[in-house]
Design a protein around this ligand. Structure first.
Ligand code: URA
Length: 290
C-alpha cells in the first residue's frame, strides 16, 4: 500500500476512535440540570443552586427534642373539717383492715391503722405493731407503748391529744408460723414498708399535723431519708415530702429513739428528751404543768 493511503487510513481510524469515546462519555454521564447550570456559568461565577430532585438528600429529620415528661401533679389533699377527717380516716382504716398486698396480711390477727386526735398538731410514727398491738388492733399498747405514754405526758400532753401510727400496719414476725410466741417481733422489710406507704401518707395528709416525731431508725429512714442512720438524722427538723400526695400545708419531722430502744438503753433517754424538748419549744409546751 502507498505511504499516502496508509497515512489516510491511520487518520480515519484515529478519528473513529475519538468520536466513539466522546459518545460513550456523553451517554454514561448525562449531566444533571445543576451540573449543566454550573458548566454554563461564566468562569468565576457560580450560579445559584437550582432545585434538583436528583441532588436532594433527604436527611432523616432529627426527632424534635423531647421534653422531660413532667411527673403527674400529686393530688393535693384539702384541709378538712374534723368530721371530714374522721370519715376519711375511718374509710382508710377499713381499707387497711382488708389489705393483703404483702404477706403480713396473711399472718396478722388485727391490722393496726393508728388512732388519736384527728385535729392534732403532733403525730408520732413508730415502725410496726408488735405482739400486743396485733392482739388489740391498737398502736403502742405494750411495754414500749407505756413508755411512749410517759414521754407524751412529760411533754405536757396526753395520748388522746396526739395521733399515733406506724410505718407498717400489720405485725412483722420473725417466725410467722408461731404467732403465739412472745419476742417474735421484727422491723418491717422494704416490701412491707412500700406496701403500707400510701396508707401512711394518706393518713398524714388527712390529719396534716404541724410536727411529726419519727420513732426509731425504720420510721426516720422511711420518712426522712433512706440512707442515713438514726444517729445522723436525729436532733433537727426536716420538711416532710410525701411520694403520693401533696400536703395542704408544710409539715416538719424530727427523729428520735424508739421507746423500745430506750427500754433496752436507758442511757439514751437524755438525748431523746432533748429531741422532744425541741418539739415542745415549737409547740409552746412547757411540760406537764403547762
Ligand atoms: N412498736 C412500734 O413501732 N409500734 C407499735 O405500735 C408498737 C411497738
Amino acid at each position: 500500500m502507498e505511504k499516502n493511503s496508509l497515512r489516510r487510513l491511520a487518520g480515519e481510524l484515529k478519528h473513529f476512535l475519538q468520536s466513539r469515546n466522546e459518545d460513550e462519555f456523553i451517554h454514561t454521564a448525562a449531566p444533571t440540570q445543576a451540573a449543566a447550570a454550573v458548566s454554563r456559568a461564566p468562569a468565576g461565577r457560580v450560579p445559584p443552586m437550582q432545585e434538583d430532585s436528583t441532588l436532594r438528600i433527604d436527611f432523616p429529620r432529627a426527632a424534635a427534642p423531647q421534653e422531660t415528661p413532667m411527673p403527674a401533679p400529686k393530688p393535693q389533699e384539702p384541709l378538712m373539717t374534723t368530721a371530714q377527717k374522721q370519715a376519711a380516716l375511718q374509710e382508710l382504716a377499713e381499707t387497711i383492715k382488708q389489705c393483703s398486698r404483702c404477706p403480713l396480711g396473711a399472718t396478722r390477727i388485727n391490722a393496726v391503722p393508728g388512732e388519736g386526735n384527728v385535729d392534732t398538731e403532733l403525730m408520732f410514727i413508730g415502725e410496726g405493731p408488735g405482739y400486743d398491738e396485733d392482739r388489740q388492733g391498737r398502736p403502742f399498747v405494750g411495754r414500749a407503748g407505756q413508755l411512749l405514754d410517759k414521754m407524751i405526758i412529760a411533754m405536757g400532753l396526753t395520748r388522746e391529744q396526739v395521733f399515733i401510727a406506724n410505718i407498717a400496719k400489720c405485725h412483722p414476725m420473725v417466725d410467722p408460723q408461731h404467732p403465739e410466741k412472745h419476742g417474735n417481733d421484727r422491723a418491717p422489710n422494704a416490701e412491707e414498708i412500700a406496701c403500707c406507704r400510701k396508707f401512711l401518707e394518706k393518713q398524714i395528709a388527712i390529719i396534716c399535723p404541724k410536727y411529726i416525731v419519727a420513732l426509731g431508725g425504720v420510721s426516720a429512714k422511711a420518712l426522712i431519708s433512706d440512707a442515713k442512720s438514726l444517729g445522723a438524722l436525729r436532733g433537727k427538723f426536716y420538711n416532710l415530702h410525701l411520694d403520693s400526695v401533696a400536703l395542704p400545708r408544710p409539715v416538719e419531722i424530727i427523729a428520735t429513739f424508739h421507746p423500745a430502744a430506750l427500754l433496752r438503753n436507758p442511757g439514751w433517754k437524755k438525748d431523746a428528751w432533748k429531741d422532744l424538748r425541741m418539739v415542745m419549744a415549737k409547740l409552746g409546751l412547757k411540760g406537764p404543768n403547762n
